[in-house]
Design a binder for this molecule. Structure first.
Ligand code: HEC
Length: 148
């Protein structure tokens, strides 16, 4: 028996390793596909939520904010802003959003600025509905605190 590393051994590690990680990848994909319907409460995606998501994309909110950890780290995480600023109540949150979006930019020296997007009341309500839906997805309690 040879004690050197042969081409055959390298080939077996290559194929064996590839198959091993492909199986893990397939297993995790299957797990995700099975778990998502339990966590994303897709039955609550109303037309308002859809419109809100479209506005979220069109105005590139994610260019500054994160949503469930994805996005830019310039401005606060917004997947829990519904709890943070609305206390989990839709009417309070819509009122907060309406005041917040219209008050921008705050022009407070030394504080980061958010632009004014000149949205209508309806559009702000739709964004609130989208952020509420996001807040209520099951993310294993992430982010860990209300300030996100
Ligand atoms: C150019 C960067 C930028 C963009 C784009 C942006 N924001 Fe902001 N946003 C900020 C900053 C900075 C703050 C924090 C401002 C402060 O605390 O004075 C903020 C704060 C907020 C808050 C309050 C968060 C809290 O915890 O009180 C909400 C809600 C919000 N943004 C929603 C949005 C939405 C919706 C959009 C897209 C329509 C958007 N933002 C796009 C920069 C941005």
């Amino acid at each position: 028996m040879s004690d050197s590393f042969t081409k055959g051994m390298a080939r077996n590690i290559y194929y064996g390793g590839s198959i091993f990680f492909i199986l893990i990848f397939l297993g995790l994909t299957l797990h995700t596909t099975k778990e998502m319907p339990k966590r994303d409460h897709r039955e609550n995606i109303t037309e308002a939520v859809e419109r809100g998501k479209e506005l979220w994309e069109k105005n590139n909110c994610i260019g500054c904010h994160t949503l469930i950890g994805e996005g830019a780290y310039f401005a606060p995480e917004l997947s829990n802003v519904y709890q943070r600023r609305g206390g989990g109540n839709l009417d309070s949150f819509k009122a907060f959003m309406n005041g917040w979006m219209k008050a921008q930019p705050l022009n407070i020296p030394g504080r980061r600025q958010m632009p004014n997007f000149h949205l209508t009341d309806q559009e702000i309500d739709d964004l609130a509905e989208f952020l509420k839906w996001t807040a209520e997805t099951d993310t294993n309690n992430w982010p860990p605190n209300d300030e996100g």
